[in-house]
Each structure stands twice: as C-alpha cells, then as structure tokens.
Design a protein around this ligand. Sequence first.
Ligand SMILES: Nc1ncnc2c1ncn2[C@@H]1O[C@H](COP(=O)(O)OP(=O)(O)OP(=O)(O)O)[C@@H](O)[C@H]1O
Ligand SMILES: [Mg+2]
Length: 250
Amino acid sequence: MTAAPAVTSPLRLEGISKRFGAVTAIQRFDLEVAPGEIVALVGDNGAGKSTLVKIISGVYQPTEGEIWLSGERAEFSDPSDARDKGVEVVYQDLALVDLQPVYMNLFLGRELTRGPLKVLDRARMARETQALVDDLDIRIPSAKAQLSDLSGGQRQGIAIARATHWASGLVLMDEPTAALGVAETAKVEETILRLKERGAAVLIVSHNMEQVFRIADRVTVLRRGTQVGTRAVADTTHNELVAMITGLAS
Ligand SMILES: Nc1ncnc2c1ncn2[C@@H]1O[C@H](COP(=O)(O)OP(=O)(O)OP(=O)(O)O)[C@@H](O)[C@H]1O
Ligand SMILES: [Mg+2]
C-alpha cells in the first residue's frame, strides 16, 4: 500500500527537455519542490540552469515534458501567462525601476488604483509594501524611498519581496546574489530563509557552493543539460558536488 502524498508540491517537473535546433540544452529533467523547501540548481556555465528557469517561467516552452504547479498541469504561452499563474522569478540583474519609489516597484505592472478614474492608490501601495518588507525583515529607510537610494542588497531584497508578494507558493531565483558583496549576500540569504519559513518553495540557481550549503535543503546538479544527481545537502560534500558538476571523480 502506498501512502498518498501529504501535500501537493508547488512545483513538479516531469521529463523536461529543451532543444534549440541541434543543441540539447536540457534532457529529461525531473524535480519536485515541497512547500518550505529550498532546492539549489547547480552546474557549470552553459549547463542549462537558466534555460530551465526560463521554461518554468514561460520564456521558453519545453520541447518535451510536463510542468505541474500545486497539482495542476501548467502550460505557459509567455512570461506574463506564467506570472498570472503564480510563478515569480528573481534575477541577478534587477528588473526594477530606479526613478520610482520602492512601493511602485513592488506593484510594477499591477498598480493598485481607486475610484472610477483609477487614480493610483499610492497610500495603500506604500502601506502594503511597508508591511511586507517589515515582515521579511528587509531594512530600508521607507517604502516611499526612491529605489536608486538603496544599496544593491536592499534592492535585491525588494526584488525578492515583490516575487514573494505575487507568487503562489513558488519563487524561482537565477543567481540572485551574483552581483552582491558578502554582507549584502548574507542579508539576501536571510530573506530567502524567511520565504522558506513562510512556506514558499524556492528553486535557486547558484554558483556559490558555500551558499548552497548555507541555505539549501537539497541540491540538483546539471552537467551539459543532463541531470546527474540530486542530494540532500546534509548527505553530500563540497567535493562530491564538484565531482558531479565537472564529471571528474573526486
Ligand atoms: N535561445 C537559445 N538559443 C540557442 N541556444 C541556447 C539558447 N539559450 C540557451 N542556449 C544554449 O543552451 C545551453 C544552456 O544555457 P544556459 O544559459 O541555460 O546555461 P546556464 O547553466 O544558465 O549557464 P551560466 O552558468 O553561464 O549562466 C548553452 O549551450 C546555451 O548556449
Ligand atoms: Mg545562467
């Protein structure tokens, strides 16, 4: 007798493949990410990590395979379709607007309005933004501060807050700390751990092995588009992961 799964995974990938002409970028990739779980996706340059994130976020359609979100089959026509279905992505290069306040960045493209004339409801957006950044312990001067006045770490914190606010349980991150210094990276990692506490499923691409060991529960390795293995972080070592990434025995 097999027990029914206790929870439906926010993300399940089954046999995902992607070919660009003659190039096979991803070959039969499988993964399930549970609520409150952080899974790291690692691999060398060109291994297919970003391609996979782009498939889950509707930038590319898979050549083969299925995406399931919270138990429902998902097919995305484009990134805004994926966003509408609750998939949010945080990138290394921030998709934020410098000359706007923090709260406008949080509601970018989804601004709250009031009245028949649809006037921007700035007060409400600022209030909701402040509550969210407080909840995630992202320290910024104010939700009304201009984005360009924030540090790189604070800005990435805002990008993560935005993704969290709009995601329905799944947040994808493609090297979210690659452009940050040590202290800023630590702060962003704290924010990522907050998402986990709140029950979000997080799939994070990282080149930083120490980061993987600091924050991830499991790690899955891609080598030239092939998924060479998945490990619980507690059951693997730096050396084993490097051997899997490079294909050289440790
Ligand atoms: N739009 C595309 N057209 C053709 N080939 C592509 C396209 N996008 C990605 N590729 C190829 O797919 C492979 C995987 O690329 P991808 O960007 O996913 O790697 P990555 O693991 O994110 O690498 P990095 O660590 O450098 O960011 C590469 O060989 C790349 O050249
Ligand atoms: Mg990449």
